[in-house]
Design a protein around this ligand. Structure first.
Ligand code: MG
Length: 410
C-alpha cells in the first residue's frame, strides 16, 4: 500500500456504498468500521487501478489514474507575492541581481539602470533592460512603482513596460488619474487590448502584476494557437487569456506571427524613472497544442503516450510475480493491447485458478479477497472492451465466486 490517504478515501467510499452509512459519516468513518474495512484493504489498494473510465482516443490516462505522475511539490512563498521554491528570481533587491541577471540593450547610453534602496530604477536614457535568462510560457510576478512626483500626461506619465519574450508589452503607466488611449493603459496588452478595469493605486505606491503568458504556436507554418496574456493588476483580473494577435505595438495593428521558442523579459525605458522590485518567473509546462503530453491530446500523441505508459507498467510487472504480476499486466492492457502480455496474463490466470481450486475447504475463506480483487480487474477489462466477454479467466472466477457464495448481496 503506497498511499494511505488514497486507500482511506476508497475504503470510505466502498463502505459507504455497500453498507449505506448516512452521508454525514462519509467524512468521519468510525474506528470500528475502519478496522472492519481493513479486511478489504489489500483488495482495494490494487483495484484502485481498475476504477475510473479508462484511457480513450484523446486521453492517455484513465479517470482517477494512480499511474499518472503526482504533481511536483513546490513550496509557496512565505508571504503573498514572494517567490515559490521553483521560481527563477530575476531581481531580489540586490546589486548582484541587477548585474547578474540583466543586460542593457543600448550600447551608447546616458547612464545605467540602478539599484536605489533595494529597488531597480530606470535611468532615463539608459535604454531598455533585458533579462539574461530567456523563457517562453511563464508565470511572471513583477512589482512596480511610479515616481511620486507626478509629471507629464497621457503616455508621457510614468511610462515603462514589460515585454514578454521582448515582443508583447504589458503596459506600465501612471494612468491613475490620467486619461490615455485605453489600449495603452496600465494592464493593457499594448496596442491590442485594454484592461477590463483600472485597479491602479496612486503614483508612488507599489503596484503588483501577476502575468500568465502563453506564446503563439505555429505548426508547419500554420497558426494553431495565437498565444495569450492573462494579467492581474493589484489582484484584479485585467486581461483574461487575451489572444496575442502577434504581440501588439505602436500605431500599427499587429498580425499573428510565430515567436521564437524563448526570449528575454524586457523592461522599457520610456524616459521615466519607473521602479521595479520582486521580479520572478516560473516556466510553465507545454500545452498539448505545443507538444505537451498531459491533458487532452491528439489521437497520434495519445497513442504514443499510452504505449509509453503501458511499457513502463510492463517493466514494473516484470519485477513482480504471481497474482501481483498478473494484475499489473492487466493494468497495462488499459493503455495498450499486446498479445504476448495477454498470453502471459492467461498463463498466470490459469496458475491462480489452479491454486484457488486446490485450497482446502477450511482455508478457502482466506482467499476470498484475492479472488474478488482479480475478478474486479477482469470485470473492468471486459466491461471496457480490453478483453472479450467470453474470457476463460472471467468464467473460471465467476464459478469460484458462485460456488463459495461470494457474489454481491442483492
Ligand atoms: Mg510602455
Amino acid at each position: 500500500m503506497k498511499n494511505w490517504a488514497e486507500l482511506r478515501r476508497l475504503l470510505v467510499r466502498k463502505v459507504h456504498f455497500h453498507y449505506h452509512y448516512p452521508t454525514t459519516m462519509k467524512k468521519q468513518l468510525p474506528i470500528p468500521a475502519l478496522a472492519f474495512a481493513f479486511g478489504f484493504a489489500s483488495a482495494l489498494s490494487a483495484s484502485a487501478q481498475f476504477y475510473g473510465d479508462p484511457p480513450d482516443e484523446t486521453h492517455p490516462w484513465a479517470v482517477h489514474d494512480m499511474n499518472r505522475p503526482q504533481p511536483r511539490k513546490v513550496v509557496p512563498g512565505k508571504t503573498p507575492g514572494a517567490p515559490p521554491s521553483d521560481a527563477v528570481v530575476l531581481f531580489d533587491g540586490t546589486d548582484k541581481a541587477l548585474k547578474g541577471n540583466w543586460l542593457h540593450l543600448k550600447q551608447k547610453r546616458k547612464g545605467d539602470w540602478k539599484v536605489v534602496d533595494k529597488v531597480m530604477q530606470c535611468t532615463p536614457g539608459a535604454g531598455n533592460l533585458r533579462s539574461k535568462p530567456e523563457f517562453g510560457d511563464c508565470q511572471l510576478h513583477v512589482e512596480w512603482a511610479e515616481p511620486a512626483n507626478i509629471s507629464g500626461s497621457g503616455q508621457g506619465r510614468g511610462n515603462s513596460g514589460i515585454f514578454l519574450m521582448g515582443i508583447a508589452e504589458v503596459q506600465v503607466l501612471d494612468n491613475y488619474e490620467n486619461q490615455t488611449y485605453p489600449d495603452g493603459s496600465a494592464g493593457s496588452l499594448y496596442g491590442v487590448m485594454p484592461p477590463m478595469v483600472n485597479p491602479l493605486k496612486k503614483a508612488g505606491e507599489w503596484q503588483v502584476y501577476d502575468i500568465i503568458f502563453r506564446r503563439p504556436v505555429f505548426r508547419d507554418g500554420k497558426l494553431v494557437d495565437q498565444g495569450s496574456m492573462t494579467v492581474t493588476l493589484n489582484g484584479v483580473l485585467v486581461l483574461d487569456h487575451t489572444p496575442l494577435e502577434g504581440g501588439g505595438g505602436h500605431k500599427k495593428r499587429s498580425k499573428p506571427k510565430p515567436f521564437p521558442e524563448k526570449g528575454p523579459l524586457v523592461l522599457q525605458d520610456h524616459g521615466n524613472p519607473v521602479r521595479f522590485r520582486n521580479v520572478w518567473y516560473r516556466e510553465l509546462p507545454k500545452r498539448p497544442v505545443d507538444g505537451g503530453t498531459d491533458g487532452q491530446l491528439s489521437p497520434e500523441a495519445t497513442a504514443k503516450k499510452r504505449a509509453e505508459i503501458a511499457a513502463d507498467i510492463r517493466k514494473d510487472a516484470a519485477k513482480k510475480s504471481g497474482k501481483d504480476k498478473m494484475l499489473r499486466l492487466m493494468e497495462s492492457l488499459c493503455y495498450q493491447d499486446d498479445k504476448p502480455t495477454v498470453a502471459e496474463i492467461d498463463k498466470l490466470g490459469d496458475a491462480f485458478i489452479k491454486e484457488i481450486k486446490s485450497t482446502p475447504g477450511n482455508k478457502i475463506e482466506g482467499r476470498r479477497n484475492e479472488v474478488l480483487q482479480v475478478n474486479n480487474a477482469v470485470n473492468y477489462l471486459v466491461r471496457n472492451k480490453r478483453m472479450p466477454a467470453d474470457w476463460a479467466l472471467s468464467k473460471d472466477l465467476e464459478a469460484i465466486i458462485k460456488a463459495n457464495g461470494w457474489g454481491k448481496k442483492k
